[in-house]
Ligand binder design. Sequence first.
Ligand code: PMP
Length: 389
Amino acid sequence: MKSDKSRYLSNIVKELKPSGIRRFFDLAANMEGVVSLGVGEPDFVTPWSIREASIASLEQGITSYTGNAGLIELRREISYYLKRSFQIEYSPETEIIVTVGGSQALDLALRAIVNPGDEVIIVEPTFVSYAPLVSLAGGVPVPIHTKRENEFKLQPEEIEKVITNRTKAILICSPNNPTGTMLNRHELEAIAKIVEKHDLLVISDEIYAELSYEDQYTSFPSIKGMYDRTILVSGFSKGFAMTGWRLGYAVAPKEISQAMLKIHQYTMMCASTMAQYGAIEALKNGMQDVEHMRKSYRQRRNYFVASLQELGLSCHMPGGAFYAFPSIQSTGLTSEEFAERLLMEEKVAVVPGNVFGESGEGFIRCSYASSLEQLQEAIKRMGQFLNRL
Ligand code: PMP
């Protein structure tokens, strides 16, 4: 006899909606000849020297757990990297935790700071995991809607409008997924002022920091007064093309990072040992490879965004990551209709903007981490689709 198992589930989990991206992947997976601009991951294979370092660790039989916070050699390399790249200083002994992807770093950060009912501000269009992670931590995600006319840049006065006495933190992401928007130092300083005034914490997701194409990258804790208020979340997935390795890190002032470490030691123990050996090599000798990939994405961004404009789809120039976020409002279709018809009629997979929150409606996310040939083919097919509408 079948019985209803939902009574066993937690209320928070019951209320979570499955990610809207998944449905499109599933549709596309069953079709042949699809040009996919859907997935948010590099099209490069991890550079060989990184793979080799990981293989060497296995050959030497290094297969046991590492310390909870990760290998001290890796934490030292992360500390050097943060200092030389962004002029921020964190103690490898007490302020850096190696995690299972940036995803786990986000989860640790939220669970370490959120009490039931605490509000965490998220910026829409938003990475799909933020709101669910806030809810799973027992908090309440509070969205701010950014707009196309501001290139989806967070406006500091919008933060003040949603602050209540339950607001604990704001989660920011620059360069952004899904809009590609990057905030410069000046814009981050304006946010920092509000953060200071209202005694908030900031979770700064800087996983795309290596993939910035215009301005010098500014890491949030490098802004005056913000070291004490920031949990910086990052990882190797994007810049180093290491998505499948599942390796990231969280850094924060000692008291906060030690609180995160308590959760980490009971829930995850430590990140993958062989992956950590690869990451040491990545930070020591991999920066040239990163630069090569960055240049290649920039070239593809320039081609792809210009081509979208030529097709009549207005699109701001994204400052980083590998996403273009064009408006499809001129077509009169909803973003879901547009994405579904483009997939069915022309076999091009993109992600409808509404999966990134209400303010993503009227837009689609296209990942340009695909070969130039694939991008050209996608543009050709999108042109055919638009001509037929
Ligand atoms: N933050 C953002 C904004 C992302 O786009 C992603 C990956 N899509 C992550 C965090 C998590 O990355 P990972 O867990 O692979 O490090």
